[in-house]
Design a protein around this ligand. Structure first.
Ligand SMILES: C[S@@+](CC[C@H](N)C(=O)[O-])C[C@H]1O[C@@H](n2cnc3c(N)ncnc32)[C@H](O)[C@@H]1O
Length: 218
């Protein structure tokens, strides 16, 4: 993975609170089951500063989380400890992280996988497919080509850029930009079915951001 992330997490505090689309997905699909005492195992894939690890642990999920940045994982662990919350952590690269097969009810990728080259992106979706129980769900969020920064910096392969100097992806290292058809294709090729992709379009301090929020099932 891009080493820039270790630097980012050692310098800055990453966003601490969960995104609305993530809350909506877990509320709709799992709150009833968690409230009934069922153990729902969730993997926060590329947890960063742990906004979603923290949220899921608070809501009573059985949470596993990893990130390729050691600082990110240690910051998240410390945050949960301070609030007496539990999760199981690893430092690992998403292309070779190890968990049991058919283990998780859900895997969350909130803008981690996009920050890689396409070959690694494919390999990570394939791995997630293996980690999920049959019927388990993926929620994955990536950037679209209508995001400020697309086409800037250095193109290291088709639709993948680095050294972006404008917009929300400035100094965020490798960024692969999808369109809706591509993200569907990559996820389907990993074996997933029942895909549903929603699109979020907004501006951030005037810069346009397009995100695809895709749910899919094993
Ligand atoms: C934009 S942050 C998102 C963090 C978190 N999911 C959130 O919603 O706040 C991207 C994270 O993905 C991690 N990451 C990117 N590529 C990775 C890889 N190949 N393996 C492990 N972690 C990776 C980075 O270290 C970073 O913490």
């Amino acid at each position: 993975m891009d080493r820039i992330w270790e630097e980012i997490h050692s310098r800055n505090e990453w966003g601490a609170y969960p995104s609305e689309h993530v809350i909506r997905f877990f509320a709709r699909n799992y709150y009833g089951r968690v409230r009934n005492g069922e153990q729902i195992k969730v993997l926060d894939f590329g947890c960063g500063g742990g906004a979603h690890t923290w949220y899921l642990a608070r809501e009573g999920f059985c949470v596993y989380a990893f990130d390729g940045s050691e600082h990110a994982v240690r910051n998240t662990e410390n945050r949960l400890k301070r609030e007496n919350l539990q999760a199981s952590f690893k430092v690992a690269d998403g292309t070779d992280v190890q968990y049991e097969r058919d283990f998780f009810d859900a895997v969350l990728d909130n803008v981690c996988i996009y920050a890689n080259r396409l070959e690694d992106i494919r390999s990570m979706y394939h791995k997630i497919y293996g980690f999920l129980k049959p019927g388990g769900k993926l929620l994955t969020v990536c950037f679209g080509r209508n995001t400020c920064g697309f086409g800037q910096g250095t193109e290291i392969e088709e639709n993948t850029f680095t050294d972006i100097k404008k917009g929300p992806l400035t100094e965020r290292g490798v960024t692969h930009f999808f369109d809706e058809a591509d993200i569907g294709k990559v996820i389907s090729e990993a074996g997933f079915r029942n895909l549903q992709t929603d699109r979020i379009l907004y501006t951030d301090r005037g810069d346009q951001v397009e995100q695809f929020v895709t749910q899919a099932e094993k």
